[in-house]
Design a protein around this ligand. Sequence first.
Ligand code: NDP
Length: 482
Amino acid sequence: MFKIRNYINGELLPPLSNSYIDNYEPARGEVYSLIPRSSSEDLKLAIDAAKEAFPKWAATSKEVRSDFMRKISERIDERLEELAKAESKDNGKPLSLAMKVDIPRASKNFNFFSSAIKHFESESHFMEEGVLNYTLRSPIGIAACISPWNLPLYLFSWKIAPAIAAGNCVIAKPSEITPMTAYLLSEICQEVGLPKGVLNILHGYGHEIGKEMVAHDDISIISFTGGTKTGEDIASIAAPKFKKLSLELGGKNASMIFSDCNYEKMLKTTLRSVFANQGQICLCTSRLLVQRDIYEKFKADFVKGVKGLKVGDPNDPNTDQGAVVSEQHFKKVLSYIDLAQQEGGTVLCGGKAKDLSSEGKNGWFIEPTVIEGLDHSCRTNQEEIFGPVVTIQPFDKEEEALELANSTKYGLASVVWTENLSRAQRLATSLHSGICWINCWLVRDLRTPFGGVKQSGVGREGGFEVLKFFTEPKNVCIQFDR
Ligand code: NDP
């Protein structure tokens, strides 16, 4: 069986313990490759490599670093189909989605930071009494980049690209559930001749090697995307060591649908915003708040649209929804559908696993599910499910919709559907979320700040914000004679 290897000091290496973890194909529910179960000995090799590489890489000109980013981006484009197939097989997502979104976006991340690093400026402040302050921004050292399984290469590259573009060396860990494209990225780094030790990729369990990375004294900056509970554990280890920390965490995103919206556009986009990637995008909508005068119409049209979504073989170009990522996650999502019914919810469509064994797919498929009749305070409406499940609730007035939208501990993304510009602006100001889409969803400009409020995270990724995160500012103050 194919064995994935770690990428350390420019080389592809087996784990020193020779211990491996099973890697499953979600659509088949079968093991198809093995992942290194890395340990502290592997981490030591990676730390040594990164420490050795750092002074030279930090002193490398921005142009040279930028060139490497561009070459990685180009190589991802050249290997698009292979990477997309690997992502779809490893994660269960439709191949068409990986071809259109995941892999092109990973390439764009490298391409974007190839350019952004050349345009990254620091501030200067002139004082009238003959003093000039300017801000020096230097790379920090060794960064840990830890990412989840839902958008594997996309989110992995979203961290790695700015970290190394800014002159840091990186030790990165993909989710052990979806390691394959991170492995292929190691090959790409070799192909473009990225200097040894600049990027090191360790595979393994989060609670083992991930935790060790977070605690390691030579790692001074941590960029993490994943669940809120894991973020809390990481913060509890990193904070007493005064490490720089960026946490992109869970969400329970609401979409507010007003009766004056562009109905057709809203309906089409809402189907996507709820069910794209089987609902496993941190930005997916999981609560639909619908103004009462269009509630029944919306319900009928939306459920009809959901019933038309094809759940099936990720390789089939007509598939809208593939498998969810793992058996454990499959059980978790189904348990929330049971909970919703215990809490008094009515399942309008879906509500159970989809059996595709007759097609030779014994994996983890779930019917897209719509639930109504729940109070906003119940667990189904408060906790992150992270699957193809959405609730719908009616509201009468704007203030009520705002209160419902803001009623969870999360604050990642929100969507507002209205043609009333003043209302849109009022809500954009008052919603507790790091990103607010008005009359659209998942429109992303990589220059914008990205992140969450409340328990959805701390810090911002994207654009110059993340380059600020990955550099240390120092004020230089010069007084000169007049
Ligand atoms: P997890 O928090 O379980 O894992 C994320 C990563 O952290 C994985 O690589 C995991 O490794 C690792 N990890 C787990 N425990 C530790 C630890 N103690 N120390 C260090 N690393 C650890 O999240 P999921 O992979 O399940 O991803 C889903 C979550 O990610 C959802 O809550 C979703 O909302 C969130 N997310 C947030 C985004 C945002 O931008 N705000 C974007 C995308 C997802 P392993 O897999 O081996 O456990």
